[in-house]
Design a protein around this ligand. Sequence first.
Ligand SMILES: [Cu+2]
Length: 390
Amino acid sequence: MSLQAIPMILADKNATFWFPPKASTFAEETDAFFMYIFWISVVFFVLIVAAMCWFCIQYRRRPGYKGDSRALHNNALEITWTVIPTLIVIWIFARGVYGYMDMMTPPPDTIDINVTARKWDWTFQYPNGAIHPELHIPVDRAIRLRMRSEDVLHAFYVPAFRAKSDVVPGRVTVMWFQPILEGSYDLFCAEYCGDQHSEMIKRQGVVVHDQAGYEAWLAEAAKPPTHPVAHGYWLYGRLGCKSCHSVEVDKKIVGPSFAKTYGESFKNTKGETLQFDEEYVRRSVLYPQEQMREGYQNASQMPSFQGKLKENEIIALTAFLQAMKDDAFLEAVQDGDLSQDEAQALGYADEEEAAEEDASEEGTGDTTAGDATTGDEAAADTSGDAGDNN
Ligand SMILES: [Cu+2]
């Protein structure tokens, strides 16, 4: 489609030639201020360049002319060209400080969302506990972000909100904004943070809903799928695994690929042969640096999930990894966003309502590792036959 050739900013009907959509309360003032400074610059540029050209011609070297070696003054002129620009710059500064204070001071009633930045992904944690890689917020409500970095300096930037702030390791940075326009907007990391920095650009990664839509989304986002494999896939997309572990066979992003690795044996950095099994997955998640796979010594930035993941969630991830041996499932995962229906058709997800009726037909998977060992209701009624070595 030809529209794709045009920059996104021109394709968006709410955007203008200069700016992305005015999607937050900051936009109007920021854009107006930008335009003031722009036009002030244009006026001075034209004045100065025109004067320069005119002087070049008027006072060009002519035969027989001897210059005056004294420096000449015109006090009135010099005071004018000092005072006027100084006043303009003071006005720009004052207005900038005023706008900055506004952006730094959240109103009392905000929705607070925790943001974690890491190489090379974002995670958002919502008031009801839901964790998601995208920012979903309601329109016309003040949003306050409490941002942390797990590794290096990142910067949270949503151009449509005219909102940007550094995310600094070792401290919590707070920013706020109030969206005023429903829609999806791009999220950027605006601080170069390593070789996959561009992976932190999330196209349409910020979604502004109406109030009812936000509440519905939030309720849904907090609810993990019940089937361990679907649950594992759900976690894979939310915990940041995705940014380092590919689902293409042998494709290395940072860590090893997740495709068809389960059950294989491999060498660790000490040259010992290990089996990629439940125990290995569990220890890798909790103590990632303990058994580094040969060839992945540099992937030491894998964070430990100790205290962050419950046992049933580790079991779900294991089940997901195990299911990645299955060609049909793998292909569906590779195609992009595996839907609940797709996972269900392949036998890797429970149907929410009519689970009982369909369970006998759906239960084809032999990959539901962990349904025997977890006490969690999430995995207790899975339809798989658990015919594996769990
Ligand atoms: Cu970054």
